[in-house]
Design a protein around this ligand. Structure first.
Ligand code: ADP
Ligand code: MG
Length: 325
């Protein structure tokens, strides 16, 4: 049984703009342009794409916030907008812009309010809250008013708020954006455990590749409102040859030697004492380092994992714009 089913899902926005003093023009933006998607129970799906690709708009339709312009959509068997009330009992939502928490109340009181909203039995609520408190380490700020929380603390609170009624599907729109490193780790760890338990379906939008790598077996990439990849991250890497970047800082300026003998390695830039290399999936970092130390004294070396923006831009540049699995 599919928890989410979308067929030919579309959303158009009419945007009006002033053109001169009296005239107004309107244009139509296809934010979501025919998305087909089936998500099974327990899947942890990464929904990604660059800014403006249509990720948030898709999630807003799935959660009943926006009415689709066209297409079929069911979530937990419901049509999201007409059956929004019923759907709300079965899903949890974390959108960056909107909060499920009460700004002026301590976290604890927000959670109690939500217990009444969703009519969760006290025992169940206590158990769910205890689990979230442990996994997300909420203990130290449970009695702090939400407005005084750091972004990372608030996000951990938002996740708890979205999960206290044990929803079947959890929708998360950019849950790690802007978070400090520790909060990011806490959120990822939490989602990993949630995913491992397998009873909650999670749809996660992000443009952070690390989120996806840690968490999602399946990723769907959209661009300009269309699905351009539906499969694993490995398939995406293999197909679009995403690159790692090695930056080497030498003690003194060096003249780079030849790297043609190192498969998959290209010199991207050489500026005084800093050399930057791009490595595709066939490259051996160890071989490159062994070569570098023969050119001079290395002071620092960093390896950057491919940016999702990078992988995605490759995907868009590629002539075959769609692979499905
Ligand atoms: N309420 C709106 N009115 C007009 N255009 C919108 C509205 N919401 C989103 N858009 C446009 O739809 C496109 C997709 O936006 P969005 O779904 O927010 O993308 P993403 O979440 O992937 O960054 C963008 O071009 C955006 O400008
Ligand atoms: Mg968005």
């Amino acid at each position: 049984m599919n928890v989410i089913e979308a067929r030919g899902l579309r959303k158009e926005f009419t945007v009006r703009a002033k053109a001169g003093r009296f005239r107004r023009t309107s244009s139509v933006v296809s934010a979501v342009d025919g998305v087909d998607l089936a998500v099974e129970r327990g899947e942890l799906l990464g929904y990604l794409g660059p800014n403006g690709a249509g990720k948030s708009t898709t999630l807003k339709m799935m959660t009943g916030v926006l009415h689709p312009t066209a297409g079929d959509l069911t979530v937990c068997g419901y049509a999201p907008v007409p059956q929004r009330r019923r759907l709300a009992a079965r899903i949890g939502v974390v959108f960056g812009q909107r909060s499920g928490l009460q700004w002026d109340l301590p976290l604890r009181d927000s959670f109690t309010l939500l217990r009444h909203v969703h009519r969760v039995p006290a025992g169940e609520h206590a158990a769910a809250l205890r689990r979230c408190t442990d996994l997300l380490d909420l203990g130290s700020f449970m009695d702090t008013p939400v407005r005084q929380l750091s972004l990372g603390q608030r996000m951990r609170g938002e996740l708890t708020a979205a999960l206290l009624h044990s929803p079947e599907v959890l929708f998360l729109d950019e849950p790690t954006i802007g978070l400090d490193v520790l909060s990011k780790q806490a959120v990822r760890q939490f989602l990993a455990e949630l995913g491992a338990r397998g009873d909650t379906t999670v749809v996660l939008t992000t443009h952070d590749l690390a989120d996806i790598e840690r968490l999602c077996r399946r990723i769907v990439v959209i661009d300009h409102g269309r699905v351009v990849h539906d499969g694993t991250l490995t398939q995406l890497h293999e197909r679009y040859g995403s690159q790692r970047r090695v930056t080497a800082d030498f003690a003194v300026p060096v003249v780079p030697g030849d790297v043609s003998g190192l498969p998959g390695v290209t010199l991207e830039s050489a500026e005084a004492a800093r050399l930057v290399f791009a490595l595709d999936s066939t490259a051996e970092v160890g071989d490159l380092i062994a070569r570098l130390v023969t050119w001079g004294t290395l002071r620092d070396l960093s390896i950057a994992e491919p940016e999702i923006e990078d992988v995605i831009s490759r995907l868009y540049l590629s002539p075959a714009t769609s692979i499905m699995s």
